[in-house]
Design a protein around this ligand. Structure first.
Ligand code: PEP
Ligand code: MN
Length: 341
């Protein structure tokens, strides 16, 4: 962190500021500018609130030169995070396909789709039991019963399951769930992030609707700081002025995050575009961009889906997609080797 001091500041006031900063555990060295001194902070500045530094009367400007996230940073943890899931793993050289319906609707629906996505080559099954819906009058999930149906589908197919948790109080219900999803709307629900940091299940953290990469990584940092190292980031589109697609899928986030962090980066093209016919292209593009996995919404009868039917692809399309994704992965392998951060 570099602090620019106002011209004409007295040596006593400068001394007081330096003492205040040192008391926060960082090293401070002063560089005598012609009339405006600069203070360089070294050491762990992550705990320093930049706004409270800016609020000091003699401070003209402050800049961070180090990321405010420490545990999520690639700089301090050069090796990719690898997350074991059942007999497989997520991250590193692995590629993981998560597929399933937006919402768990019934036992018959869940079992049919679970079997179909497994046959199509999915590695994990998704299904929402607690659905964050824009309207309070639409289907909000089967809740506890939805988790029970996921448990049945898991036992039947052997696929580990991913499901969204909306508040910490729901944790005891999530026993059969292998990966806890934090939805876009909850990316900055800090009490939830803290609670998920204190337990040991992997967390799939979706990007907030209008969050920067840094805000997103700071949310991951909450979970990591609690002692849970298993965080997966999932790009799912951000808000822009474009309305043709549901969101704008920011695929540049994938290579950018791979540079900034060691955490696996997934892409959810289903929520990213909101239109089923556009999902396969964006899934392939995400793969080419180097995503560690995809999350795809699949329904056997999209027209009857209780949520997000318009963006659900069918199991047959998923099977084709899996094969094409694998070919794209092979095609980019030499490039990936060269690009290793
Ligand atoms: C979902 O995965 O069904 C979902 C609600 O996603 P998001 O939080 O990205 O909108
Ligand atoms: Mn959905």
């Amino acid at each position: 962190m570099i602090i620019k001091i106002r011209g004409g500041t007295s040596p006593q006031a400068l001394e007081a500021l330096v003492g205040w900063l040192r008391a926060m555990g960082v090293g401070v060295s002063a560089i005598d500018g012609a009339r405006q001194p600069l203070l360089c902070l070294v050491g762990d500045t992550a705990g320093i609130d930049i706004d409270s530094v800016r609020a000091q009367a003699i401070v003209e400007d402050v800049k961070r030169v180090q990321e405010p996230y420490r545990l999520a940073s690639r700089r301090e943890h050069p090796d990719d995070t690898i997350i074991p899931i059942g007999e497989k793993y997520i991250g590193g050289d692995a590629f993981t396909l998560i597929a399933g319906p937006c919402a768990v609707e019934s036992e018959a629906q869940m079992l049919a789709i679970a079997r179909a996505v497994k046959a199509a080559g999915a590695d994990l099954l998704r299904g929402g039991a607690f659905k964050p819906r824009t309207s309070p009058y639409t289907f909000a999930g089967l809740e506890r019963e939805g988790i029970r149906l996921l448990e049945i589908a898991r036992a039947e197919t052997g696929l580990p399951v991913v499901s969204e948790i909306m508040e910490a109080g729901q944790l005891p219900l999530f026993g059969p769930v292998d990966i806890l999803q934090v939805g876009a709307r909850n990316m900055q629900n800090y009490p939830l992030l803290r609670a998920l940091g204190e337990q040991r299940k992997p967390v799939l953290l979706k990007r907030g609707l209008s969050s920067t990469l840094e805000e997103w990584l700071m949310s991951a940092e909450y979970i990591l700081a609690g002692g849970n190292p298993h965080v997966i980031l999932c790009e799912r589109g951000i808000r822009t002025f474009e309305t043709y697609t549901r969101n704008t899928l920011d695929l540049s986030a994938v290579p950018a995050l791979k540079r900034l962090t060691h955490l696996p980066v997934f892409v959810d093209p289903s929520h990213g575009v909101g239109v089923a016919s556009l999902v396969p292209s964006m899934a392939l593009a995400a793969t080419a961009a180097g995503a560690a996995g995809l999350m795809i919404e699949v329904h056997d009868r999209p027209a009857e889906a209780m949520s997000d039917g318009a963006q659900a692809i069918g199991p047959g399309q998923l099977r084709t997609l899996r094969q094409t994704v694998d070919r794209v992965r092979q095609a980019i392998a030499p490039q990936k080797k060269e690009e290793r951060p």
